[in-house]
Design a protein around this ligand. Sequence first.
Ligand SMILES: Nc1nc2c(ncn2[C@@H]2O[C@H](COP(=O)(O)OP(=O)(O)OP(=O)(O)O)[C@@H](O)[C@H]2O)c(=O)[nH]1
Ligand SMILES: [Mg+2]
Length: 313
Amino acid sequence: MYETEHTPKPTPADSHKKSAFVAIVGRPSVGKSTLLNRLCGAKVAIVSPAPQTTRNSIRGVVNRPEGQLVFLDTPGMHISGKKLNQRLLNTAARALDEADLVLYVLDATRPAGMEEQAVVETLSRNPENISRKTVAAINKTDTSNGALASASLKTLLPLLPEDRIFNISALRKEGLDPVLACLFSMAPEGSAFYNDDCYTDQEIDFRIAEIIREKAMNRLRQELPHSIYVDVADMELRGEAPVQTLWIRAFIMTERESQKGMIVGKGGLMIRDIRLAALRSLKRIFDWKIELDLRVKTSHDWRANDAVLRKLL
Ligand SMILES: Nc1nc2c(ncn2[C@@H]2O[C@H](COP(=O)(O)OP(=O)(O)OP(=O)(O)O)[C@@H](O)[C@H]2O)c(=O)[nH]1
Ligand SMILES: [Mg+2]
């Protein structure tokens, strides 16, 4: 019922072109999702300054004359005993195993430290990952020259060939073409996985929930960005084409009752602001008119609740 022009469909085989799944991995907040969006030329994954914004493995498709690359954005790798974090790490590790190629993103503005070591260890579990599959992109070189990250990369991954290390700025869209060219040169020959007018395979309710979560995360402080998830409880396509309206009822779910007030805000101003920002984004993504009924609800300690985590991750 909600099929759009973005819904993936298989394409006929095209033998002399290349195609590959590319896992984008790295620490939290290095700019993986920003990079995915820039590569796809569309907003596929949500972005915020808070670490661990991405919670799922999100696909974005890039079509070029050379063929098709399907990028898998992954949650930032972060070692922690918490249930949610363990699941996020598993999601990233699974994407690594499934991918033909790996785009390993580093942050030029932050020293490597223990966290980078952990990413490298995960990558190195399969030696082929480094020798045949990995391309490294040192991101945020608009802010720092990347020399530090480049030096630590040489120590951490001495087997990674130098011509597979690139300086980029995802934010400014700088240095991305050489990265794509390198990935295509390493990709196997094969037919496209998706139609060439398709840039993501996400379900509509998931995209809506993510956009709302992004708007909320970017407006909330302290622990709150991590304490929420968004539940799209109901959707209905109303009216006749071409002037149809997608009606949505969604809930921002908090961990504790006491957090609801901060999301609603004084006189309801915060939730109104989140709702309007989400509407602006959703209107850019979908062709329908959008009506959004947005409320706040509590799902006690959901980050430790397996049933909720299974649904979300
Ligand atoms: N200066 C600068 N900032 C960037 C660049 N790329 C991303 N950022 C910022 O870095 C922050 C994190 O970006 P994300 O794309 O959400 O990072 P991520 O790696 O997907 O983070 P997680 O999903 O939490 O693992 C945001 O505030 C971005 O605007 C860049 O090239 N330069
Ligand atoms: Mg992300």
